[in-house]
Ligand binder design. Structure first.
Ligand SMILES: [Zn+2]
Length: 71
């Protein structure tokens, strides 16, 4: 089952449905769900590609700002 180096870090595919790009970042699944509600179950960590990581960052930043304004 251990093929030559294919399970190195960075070999994960982005968890966002329909994407499949190589992961650039790994987030906690619960964190990733703040921006992508339809992520599949399957672990505690959610690999995200560069594009979706940026989308996530933007989404969570807005959420944090709204949070702060709401208080
Ligand atoms: Zn992606």
């Amino acid at each position: 089952m251990n093929s030559a180096g294919e399970a190195d870090e960075g070999a994960d595919a982005c968890l966002v449905p329909g994407c499949g790009q190589p992961a650039a970042r790994h987030l906690a699944l619960s964190e990733a769900r703040l921006a992508f509600e339809d992520l599949p179950e399957g672990g505690r960590r959610a690999p995200l590609c560069r594009v979706h990581y940026r989308v996530w960052k933007k989404a969570t930043k807005e959420r944090r700002t709204l949070d702060r304004l709401g208080r």
